[in-house]
Design a protein around this ligand. Structure first.
Ligand SMILES: Nc1nc2c(ncn2[C@@H]2O[C@H](COP(=O)(O)OP(=O)(O)OP(=O)(O)O)[C@@H](O)[C@H]2O)c(=O)[nH]1
Length: 308
């Protein structure tokens, strides 16, 4: 029985992990295997997924989640050899990845037979300015999509959803556009009921030279952070950042981790789990356009947040 693949693409911080988490938490008896592609040296995506540890997790509802190892095809064949075999595979791509390259990889004849690419979902922040769709990376993420999910409608102004839908239409993208409130998309839209029917191979589009546009800077600390000082640091860094995410302990709430997210100019902080043993007290990944932020500048700004 072929195992259909759902590929989730979308720009940095668009809301891909939120959707994958929602799918895993609401699997309704489907055995879903999720492959998350982490950008940075610190393995944050996997930690944010409910109940994950060591990069691989089996959920109580029969779903599993793993990080993408060096090679996508090897990761997929490992998943396909598992017993019981997953019924669906969800691959979350990196926000800086051109999904055409992954689509091309998935056209491998063996993978296509055993795990055909069924649906490509592009997640887009509803507050994305229409001009951002002229960006080559955003365009290639949209171009391969069957479904575009608009995230963060709750944060966007009233007209934003309409404006971004018009901008997507203007790109002549044939995809269906749906709203995804806090990661919620009807799973019937994403997973075919009849898995016997293998989807047709796809044309991934022209191969573009890989563009090194972003760099990831990891920052860790063995000491907890001061929240007011962190706020100041993020204020300084914000104009230079494309994305940041991290986990850390604060002086204000010792013994507990906070989950920090920065996407589309917006920073959020939420309470996380208890601080696990043997990990640095602060682990944050910063993503910036190449040459915009040096490690020395980042370290200088972040060290000022450390207690004592
Ligand atoms: N208010 C609100 N926040 C959202 C929604 N969807 C996602 N977010 C938040 O947006 C931030 C980024 O979401 P992620 O799901 O981590 O985004 P991502 O696309 O996986 O990010 P990368 O993998 O780093 O590219 C997080 O703080 C989410 O909680 C939404 O519908 N509403």
């Amino acid at each position: 029985m072929p195992v259909p693949i759902l590929l989730v693409t979308g720009f940095l911080g668009a809301g891909k992990t939120t959707i994958v988490n929602h799918l895993l938490a609401n699997a309704e008896g489907r055995r879903i295997a999720a492959v998350v592609n982490d950008f940075g040296a610190i393995n944050i995506d996997a930690e944010l997924i409910v109940g994950a540890s060591d990069g691989v997790v089996s959920l109580a509802n029969g779903c599993i989640c793993c990080t993408l190892e060096s090679d996508l095809l090897r990761t997929l064949s490992t998943l396909l050899r598992r017993d019981p075999k997953p019924e669906y595979i969800v691959i979350e791509t990196s926000g800086v990845a051109d999904p055409s390259d992954i689509v091309r990889n998935l056209m491998d004849p063996v993978i296509l037979r055993e795990a055909p690419l069924e649906t490509v979902l592009c997640v887009m922040d509803a507050g994305t300015p229409p001009s951002a769709l002229d960006d080559a990376l955003q365009r290639s993420q949209l171009r391969v999509a069957d479904i575009v999910a608009l995230s963060k409608l709750d944060l966007a102004d009233e007209g934003a959803g309409v404006r971004i839908r018009e901008a997507i239409r203007a790109q002549r993208v044939p995809a269906v556009v749906v709203d995804a409130k806090h990661g919620e998309i009807p799973s019937a839209l994403l997973f075919p009921a009849n898995v016997d029917r293998a989807p047709a191979p796809r044309e991934p589009g022209p191969k573009r030279p890989a563009e090194d546009r972003f760099e990831t800077l990891s920052w860790t600390s063995e000491r907890p952070l001061s929240l007011p000082r962190l706020q100041q640091a993020i204020g300084k860094l914000a104009p230079k950042l494309a994305r940041a995410k991290g986990l850390f302990e604060t002086i204000e709430q010792p013994g507990r981790q906070m989950v920090f997210q920065f996407a589309a100019g917006r920073a959020t902080l939420a309470p996380g789990e208890a601080l696990p043993a043997g990990v640095p007290r602060a682990r944050i990944v910063f993503i910036a356009e190449l040459g915009v932020l040096s490690k020395a500048e980042l370290d200088g700004i972040m060290e000022a947040c450390v207690a004592g």
